[in-house]
Write a protein of this length. Structure first.
Length: 174
C-alpha cells in the first residue's frame, strides 16, 4: 500500500480520535474528582418529568361541575428534592463515562496498531489477529453491558408495576 492510501488517512483519523478521546477521558476524571468534593446539599435538584395517569387506576372527576369521568393527559412538571448528605449525583455518571472512554481509547489504540501495519505493507502479522480479537472482546463487553443495563431497567419497571398495584389496592382500602 502506498503512503497516500486509505490506510494512511485512517491512521490520521485514528490519531485525532485518540487525542480527542484521551482529552475527554482526562476531563471526565477531573470533573468526577471535583464533583466528589462539591457539596450539593445546600440546594435542591430539579428534574423535569412528564407522566400519564391510567383513567381506570385513578378516576378523575369534578362532581361540582357534573363531570364524572375525566382524563389527565400529557402532565408535565418538576421533581424537586434535596439530595441526601454526602451524595454526589454527578460522580457516578462521570465514572461510567470515564470507563467507556477508556474502553474506546483501548479500541482506538488497537486499530491504530493494525492500520500502522497496513501502512507499512505488512497486514498479516500475528499481532494483528490478537489486536482484532481484543477489539471483538471489547465490542462484546460493551454489548453485554448494554443488555445488562436493559435487564436492570426491566426489573425497575416490574418494581413500579408492583408499586402501582399496591397503591391501587391501598386507595381502595377504607
Amino acid at each position: 500500500m502506498r503512503k497516500t492510501s486509505v490506510s494512511a488517512c485512517l491512521v490520521v483519523v485514528l490519531n485525532v480520535a485518540r487525542c480527542v478521546v484521551a482529552l475527554s477521558l482526562v476531563l471526565a476524571f477531573g470533573l468526577a474528582a471535583l464533583s466528589a468534593f462539591h457539596d450539593i446539599r445546600s440546594g435542591t435538584v430539579d428534574i423535569p418529568v412528564s407522566l400519564s395517569i391510567d383513567a381506570q387506576a385513578l378516576p378523575v372527576s369534578a362532581p361540582s361541575l357534573g363531570i364524572e369521568r375525566a382524563q389527565i393527559e400529557n402532565a408535565r412538571g418538576s421533581l424537586k428534592f434535596s439530595p441526601p448528605p454526602g451524595a454526589s449525583l454527578v460522580a457516578p455518571a462521570l465514572a461510567g463515562l470515564a470507563l467507556m472512554l477508556a474502553a474506546v481509547l483501548f479500541v482506538v489504540g488497537q486499530l491504530r496498531a493494525v492500520t500502522r501495519t497496513l501502512r507499512d505493507g505488512r497486514p498479516f502479522v500475528p499481532a494483528n489477529a490478537a489486536r482484532i480479537r481484543w477489539i471483538a472482546f471489547a465490542v462484546i463487553a460493551g454489548e453485554l453491558a448494554t443488555i445488562i443495563h436493559g435487564l436492570i431497567i426491566l426489573a425497575i419497571a416490574e418494581v413500579f408495576r408492583t408499586g402501582t398495584r399496591l397503591d391501587e389496592d391501598q386507595s381502595l382500602t377504607i
